[in-house]
Design a protein around this ligand. Structure first.
Ligand code: FAD
Ligand code: 2HG
Ligand code: ZN
Length: 502
């Protein structure tokens, strides 16, 4: 197991006992309580999917998982856990990539999967109010007949929950167009650590009465409370969408390509995503989408997937075609070639190439994931520097690190650096950390652009935030969660006490 936790986490918290279980049985129906403790006595295999993360990197030892149906039930559970000082891990779809959604030890897991009802949808304003456990894709399907879309989209859409999205402030593939959840979330219902329900489920677009409290919980990774309801602004569905995959002879062309693309497409540009050659080859190898023919990828160092979303198909296509002609006709073309999707199926296949990289990577091996914000011009240098560092350490071979790849959201300055290894080992981790964090800090970047800190990076917040900022965060955490029961070991601000467990 590769986890890290503060020593204080372990000392002050109590574990779940059969007496606690008896109390939970007064709050929840029996089928909403999963426990290896008596009297349930389930085999621990029944809790495997709740104790292990998506990557198979982080492993908890929870004895008990609760699956409440209502905010009132969550409130009663939290009140009990507060009084009893039981550590609690809020869990959504468990697709997080930083070890935030599984316990570090045997904390109680509160899984939100049973809270999956849409509460209301306003077809005029587009305000959607839903239980936190609603799956992102189900919400997209719910509002599609009303010609609205969710303001965010990500590869994990089929499993991640809107509450988890908000808790991680997930970015994803539409951020360039619709901005972050700090802008589109209108209100939240949150159960605080002592069981108090903060009902802030407003559907108002404008409300400047005092502090905007919901912002505290967006991206707090379950460290301040459990989100039970989300009110979110959903934009009208675009009338026309197109996408195109472009093969570039060299990385240096990405920046000028981004500039010229923005000039030509302006308001209709809705995504500009980057995939390096190895990431592309892995996506193809593991059956994630179809793009260019073998001949077309020859000589390509990297790829860009761009999407347009606009109001009129002919207008958008004309703009896109003019851009492509300009690119191809230049004296020194920025691209080798490009494929424009010709059908909804091909549109989805091109997107799959980009969205499917994470899945392809997990089929190829065990990934160390660094989700960083660095200047766009340095994307390739970062990937190359880390690869050379691993080579110098003698770790770049089939039995250790197989690939070092880069892909991500160029439009947002967010690079996903993935180091794909045969297995998770202490040697590889020691070679990567703090090396990668120091490298990111040297660019004044962020060690977590969109995935959060979780168990992986809680101790490393100092690489991206000043002492003053961290101190203020600690005060906020202490104010809202004075007993430190919420998601212990993640977003904890006790870096000096961190112990690395391997
Ligand atoms: P979980 O993984 O269950 O939890 C994540 C964190 O939120 C944990 O700390 C947990 O304690 C907390 N949490 C969950 N629910 C609640 C709640 N109701 N109240 C309080 N805290 C809660 N992320 C991106 O930002 N952009 C991407 O493009 C992207 N693509 C991905 C693609 C794939 C294939 C995968 C596997 C992951 C991807 N992710 C991406 C990461 C992940 O999907 C997102 O972070 C997602 O938002 C997590 O949602 P979840 O419901 O699975 O939350
Ligand atoms: C993406 O943009 C996700 O595809 C996942 O944020 C990135 O797996 C990763 O490192
Ligand atoms: Zn991403």
């Amino acid at each position: 197991a590769h986890t890290s936790a503060s020593a204080s986490t372990r000392k002050h918290l109590n574990t779940v006992t059969p007496d606690d279980l008896a109390h939970f049985a007064k709050i929840l129906p029996q089928n909403a309580i999963l426990s290896t403790l008596a009297p349930s006595s389930l085999p621990s295999s029944e809790l495997e999917s709740y104790n292990n993360d998506w990557m198979g990197k982080y492993h908890g030892r929870a004895t008990t998982v609760l699956r409440p149906h209502t905010a009132e039930q969550v409130s009663k559970i939290m009140k009990w856990c507060y009084d009893r000082r039981i550590g609690v891990v809020p869990q959504g779809g468990n697709t997080g990539l930083v070890g935030g959604s599984v316990p570090i030890r045997d904390e109680l897991v509160i899984n939100m999967g049973n809270m999956n009802k849409v509460r209301s949808f306003d077809t005029v304003s587009g305000a959607l109010v839903a239980d936190a456990g609603c799956i992102l894709e189900s919400l997209s399907e719910y509002i599609a007949p009303h010609n609205h879309i969710m303001p965010l989209d990500l590869g994990a859409k089929g499993s991640c929950q809107i509450g988890g999205n908000v808790a991680t402030n997930a970015g994803g593939l539409r951020l360039l167009r619709y901005g972050s959840l700090h802008g589109s979330v209108l209100g939240l219902e949150v159960v605080l650590p002592d069981g108090t329900i903060l009902d802030n489920l407003s559907t108002l677009r404008k409300d400047n009465t005092g502090y905007d409290l919901k912002q505290l919980f967006i991206g707090a990774e379950g460290s301040l409370g459990i989100i039970t309801g989300v009110s979110i602004s959903t934009p009208p569905a675009p009338q026309a969408t197109n996408n195109v995959i472009l093969a570039l002879p060299k990385f240096d062309n990405v920046l000028p390509l981004f500039k010229i693309t923005r000039q030509h497409l302006s308001e209709i540009l809705s995504a500009f995503e980057f995939i390096d050659r190895t990431a592309y080859d892995l996506a193809v190898k593991h059956g994630q989408g179809k793009g260019l023919s073998d001949g077309e990828v020859d000589g390509a160092e990297c790829f860009v997937l761009l999407e347009t979303s606009g109001g009129k198909r002919e207008h958008d296509e004309e703009k896109l075609n003019t851009l492509l002609e300009t690119l191809m006709d230049a004296d020194e073309p920025l691209i080798n070639t490009g494929v424009v999707s010709q059908s909804p199926t091909q549109f989805a296949q091109l997107w799959r190439l980009r969205e499917g990289v994470t899945e392809a990577v997990s089929k190829e091996g065990k990934a160390y994931k660094y989700d960083i914000s660095v200047p766009l011009a340095s994307f390739k240098d970062v990937v190359d520097t880390v690869r050379e560092h691993l080579r110098a350490q003698g770790l770049l071979h089939e039995n250790a690190v197989k690939h070092v790849i880069g892909y991500g959201h160029v439009g947002d300055g967010n690079l996903h650096l993935n180091i794909i290894a045969a297995a998770y080992t202490p040697e590889i981790e020691a070679a990567l950390e703090p090396f990668v964090y120091e490298l990111v800090a040297s660019y004044n970047g962020s060690i977590s652009a969109e995935h959060g800190l979780g168990a992986m990076k809680a101790h490393a917040i100092h690489y991206s935030k000043s002492e003053v900022a961290v101190d203020l965060m600690k005060k906020i955490k202490d104010l809202l969660d004075p007993r430190g029961i919420m998601n212990p070991g993640k977003v904890e601000f006790t870096p000096n006490l961190i112990l690395a467990l391997c």
